[in-house]
Design a protein around this ligand. Structure first.
Ligand code: NAD
Length: 371
């Protein structure tokens, strides 16, 4: 099929900017799409950094001012992989310029900004997508199918955590993720993934009781200066879902030894599911009824599970993190092409942000809060 170009402006070329660029380059070689993403403009904080990153990642043009990239009439889609503080200004400018937006999580630095982004998206009628990468895992598609099909009976409980250890010691440097104005802290940074995942699998959260904890109140910045930390290192919440299921949600970036411990267990009246992103090509399934032979079974990812087959025709050979990003980029492109429900959009991401905000309010006010 001849594909028409879809010209991309990408803002940010750090960890996620690189992942976006690689996924845009891979997506049309992986999936049959009517559009061909073109890496048109890379924007970063200054012209030199932008030019260097554009060369490395294969962009045609570069700029040190994201406003230029967003306003460029050639651009069909604005991808935001910049720090959280910039999500709202860039997204609002892009929507005002008539551009669809694909934005990294968390949606925004504040709930008011997230609301403004969702409102602007709704008013414009333009497609939006948010980078909840882990939702695009073929094994999560399988878990969702198992839950929705009633295979583990009625879901009674969800216990989920996103645990990493990159801030485990006080020596881990103060960076933008430590600033409250940047929506820093474990809850906003990685908690958004486990909240989005819980909502994706179990449904809406009706009520939360949360607690935030700062284990290291002082960290040193890149210049060696001591900086007070006013964000959480760990979040723990008890939650009640609208379905009646109960559960817990945690986020920790001080979980020593955990590198990508986005993990959960779902208990149902007829079975259970267990998963960890550290072994994300596997899903553990327990089904009642096997008597003395009962126990968790390990299902290995393979063709037929979600989008796995687009990468590999053989089971158990495993896909990687950047492949999940490619699936996410395909979902964003499908959204641009007008396929309903293809990606989690700003309206959906706002509901995830409301849960995070409710956990924060619950901690501050020491009471149960409805999102
Ligand atoms: N989906 C995921 O799994 C995932 C993983 C990591 C980060 N993220 C999200 O991605 C976003 C970026 O995080 P990261 O880890 O890539 O951060 P990073 O610090 O590695 O990269 C940020 C990039 O933004 C650029 N930048 C800073 N100020 C800018 C400005 N004024 N104009 C243009 N560019 C500017 C930086 O120079 C850098 O290139 C964050 O919102 C983060 O929450 C998502």
């Amino acid at each position: 099929m001849t594909a028409r170009p879809l010209r991309i402006a990408l803002v940010g070329s750090g960890f996620m900017g690189r992942a976006h660029a690689m996924a845009f380059a891979a997506v049309r070689r992986t999936f049959d799409l009517p559009v061909e993403p073109v890496l048109e403009i890379l924007a970063d904080r200054d012209p030199e950094q932008a030019a260097g990153a554009a060369r490395a990642l294969g962009f045609t043009r570069s700029t040190g001012d994201w406003r230029e990239a967003v306003a460029d009439p050639a651009i069909d889609l604005v991808a935001i992989a910049a720090p959280n503080l910039l999500h709202a200004p860039i997204a609002l400018a892009a929507l005002a310029a008539g551009k669809p937006v694909y934005c990294e999580k968390p949606l925004a630095a504040t709930l008011a900004e997230a609301q403004a982004m969702a409102d602007a998206a709704a008013a414009s009628g333009l497609p939006t997508a948010v980078g909840y990468t882990y939702l695009y895992n073929p094994m999560i598609a399988l878990a969702r199918e198992i839950v929705a099909g009633g295979e583990i009976g009625e879901v009674t409980a969800f216990r989920g955590i996103h645990a990493e250890d990159f801030m485990a010691t006080a020596d881990a440097p103060f960076n933008w993720r430590c600033e409250p104005a940047q929506a820093g802290g474990a809850l906003a940074d990685i908690g958004s993934h486990i909240i989005a995942l819980a909502r994706h699998l179990i449904g809406e959260v009706a009520e939360v009781s949360g607690r935030l904890h700062t284990a290291h109140p002082v960290r040193r910045d890149a210049t060696g200066a001591a900086r007070d930390v006013a964000v959480d290192d760990q979040m723990d919440a008890v939650v009640r879902f609208s379905s009646g299921a109960t559960g817990t949600l945690s986020a920790s970036w001080i979980a020593t030894g955990r590198k990508m411990g986005l993990a959960f267990e779902i208990s149902g009246t007829k079975g259970s599911i267990a998963f960890t992103q550290e072994r994300f090509n596997e899903l553990q399934l327990y089904r009642e009824g096997a008597g003395l032979r009962s126990g968790f079974t390990t299902i290995m990812a393979g063709p037929g599970h979600g989008e796995y087959g687009a990468f590999c025709p053989a089971s158990g050979h495993q896909i990687g993190y950047n492949d999940l990003k490619t699936i996410e980029v395909k979902a964003a492109i499908d959204a641009v092409l007008g396929i309903p429900g293809a990606a989690k959009n700003f309206a959906d991401a706002l509901r995830t942000e409301r849960v995070a905000h409710a956990i924060r309010a619950s901690h501050a006010e020491r009471r149960w809060v409805e999102p």
